[in-house]
Write a protein that binds this ligand. Structure first.
Ligand code: AMP
Ligand code: ZN
Length: 110
């Protein structure tokens, strides 16, 4: 999929509205439209990278930025103490449906 057709690129460029929770120069965080848990966030690098398979050495900071943003957002959403899951779906067989790298954060169960 080309960047031009990418729904997450359109969210980043504000062409598509979303429930935006955090944004800086590298990362954007918004609520998943179809939540799997009481708290379900997507942490998305602004750089269009298809999946984990497409990461290059120069993208190492992207991965760190996503994980650090997840840590901050878990605290902000008050699921840090109760616990949460972080995961990447990789390609179709791994459940990936949007081919712009993103880290899922789910939690908030009773
Ligand atoms: P994945 O299956 O890992 O590619 O995850 C893609 C996720 O993006 C799914 O959980 C969808 O519910 C979510 N999603 C798709 N479109 C939107 C959107 N416009 N706003 C928020 N989340 C979305
Ligand atoms: Zn994209």
């Amino acid at each position: 999929m080309e960047k031009e057709d990418c729904i997450f690129c359109k969210i980043i460029s504000k062409e598509i509205p979303t429930d935006l929770l955090y944004e800086d120069d590298q990362v954007i965080v918004f609520k998943d439209i179809n939540p799997l848990a009481p708290v379900h966030l997507l942490l998305v690098p602004k750089k269009h990278i298809r999946s984990i398979n497409d990461l290059e050495d120069a993208d190492k900071t992207v991965v760190v930025d996503l994980i650090m943003a997840a840590k901050e957002m878990a605290a902000k959403m008050s699921v840090d103490k109760s616990g949460y899951r972080l995961f990447f779906n990789v390609e179709k067989g791994g459940g990936q449906e949007v081919f712009h790298l993103h880290l899922h954060l789910i939690g908030g169960w009773e």
